[in-house]
Ligand binder design. Structure first.
Ligand SMILES: CC(=O)SCCNC(=O)CCNC(=O)[C@H](O)C(C)(C)COP(=O)(O)OP(=O)(O)OC[C@H]1O[C@@H](n2cnc3c(N)ncnc32)[C@H](O)[C@@H]1OP(=O)(O)O
Ligand SMILES: N[C@@H](CCO)C(=O)O
Length: 357
């Protein structure tokens, strides 16, 4: 445990009663954002760090990213003012498919409008305005979080000093889109699905669990599964690899929502920094702040070639690697290494020598 003393955190809900217009043209009559902060904003408001979470994460960054918070770690509440907000469309307090639609008086369910990563970032921007933060010292995140980090660089370059995207690409590949659609199809094949109008208390458990099981296979690697489970059995009926996947599927079903899973994976599929801009290359070339890219060599979802492409196209960028065979979720497992990389990048930015690898 890295904490030398309990870290005080603040929990908040920001409610905007203004209509929130989405990239799709859809409008949410009002939006709520669940967020957490750690540490204090300094007098010149220059120590704010935004942490962006991945697909099934929440604002509780110290819970899903333990080892990143504390003295000498990536996020040190004695020095940083750390913010993490639950993304638009999620089910941990921010407006999403489980929220009540003020116009109908019932939860949005499958009527929740299509959202994009840009919508998520615009909403984070509203939260920062509310918190009085004009410029972020750093924006950090992996996977879906990394998509948000990159969009921050495109949408609000004047609002960020530096970016750290991890385990991500600049546009969702055909491979990732296919994985997402297979998972969504598993949910929709569940007899409880009912075109998304399931009772939230009785969601399509089998389908959502199967989706998570498929996803878990893509979050790890051949080598990792082979080394951990091999052909070991739990009992005469079940291999350990099967047992592990069932456990992970059931665990997600207890904490997540099927419509939310669909809305967020669709938003990920829409991720393309070039959409509606001059070109993909021009969008990346326009990111003019220092960017430290983290690449996971065993990631089968976002392979290193994709981060190397980002590094080639973003002018002031450097790239670092996690080389253990844990797969995509390595950013959640190798937290000592990830924390050290974030801390070193922060030091490099502070010294002005940010392009050193
Ligand atoms: C950036 C974000 O926002 S992420 C937010 C969402 N969070 C997540 O997705 C994290 C989900 N958690 C995980 O995937 C993993 O627990 C990690 C990545 C955090 C850690 O990975 P590991 O250290 O390798 O944990 P591991 O995969 O061994 O264990 C996970 C669970 O599987 C269980 N497990 C391991 N092997 C087996 C098996 N053969 N059969 C059944 N269960 C098993 C463990 O007991 C453990 O249970 P617990 O979570 O209730 O403690
Ligand atoms: N395992 C993490 C990362 C997925 O990209 C999650 O469930 O959010």
């Amino acid at each position: 445990m890295n904490y030398i003393k309990p870290i005080s955190k603040h929990t908040g809900f920001f409610v905007s009663r203004q209509p929130f217009t989405l990239e799709s043209g859809g409008v949410l009559p009002e939006v709520t954002v669940a967020y957490r902060t750690w540490g204090r904003l300094n007098r010149d408001r220059s120590n704010a760090v935004l942490v962006c979470h991945a697909l099934t994460g929440s604002a509780d960054a110290d819970e899903w990213w333990p080892g990143m918070f504390g003295k000498g770690c990536a996020f040190d509440p004695d020095h940083d003012f750390v913010i993490c907000s639950n993304v638009l469309g999620s089910c941990y307090g921010t407006t999403g498919p489980l929220s009540v639609n003020p116009q109908s008086g019932r939860h949005y369910g499958p009527d929740f409008p299509a959202i994009t990563i840009r919508d998520m970032v615009h909403l984070q921007r509203l939260l920062l305005d509310e918190l009085g933060i004009e410029r972020l010292r750093l924006v950090v995140g992996a996977s879906l979080g990394g998509m948000q980090v990159l969009e921050w660089g495109c949408l609000y370059p004047e609002k960020v000093h530096a970016l750290m995207p991890m385990g991500i690409s600049g546009r969702h590949s055909a491979w990732c889109i296919a994985q997402s659609e297979a998972q969504r199809s598993a949910i929709m094949a569940d007899r409880e699905w009912n075109d998304g109008w399931y009772d939230p208390a009785h969601q399509p458990k089998g389908g959502l669990g199967a989706a998570r099981m498929m996803a878990m296979c893509t979050y790890r690697s051949f080598e990792n599964f082979q080394e951990r489970f091999g052909r070991k059995r739990k009992d005469s009926l079940l291999f350990q690899a099967e047992s592990y996947l069932h456990y992970q599927g059931e665990k997600l079903v207890r904490r997540f929502d099927a419509n939310t899973y669909i809305a967020l994976t669709r938003a990920m599929d829409m991720h393309d920094l070039g959409r509606g801009r001059e070109s993909y290359e021009a969008a990346l070339d326009a990111i003019r702040v220092p960017v430290a890219i983290l690449s996971i060599t065993s990631d089968i979802l976002y392979p290193p070639e994709e981060q190397e492409e980002l590094a080639k196209l973003i002018p002031d960028s450097s790239i670092g690697y996690l080389r253990e065979p844990y797969g995509h979720d390595a950013f959640l497992i190798l937290t000592d290494e990830v924390s050290a990389m974030v801390r070193q990048f922060k030091e490099r930015i502070a010294s002005g020598n940010h392009s050193a690898a």
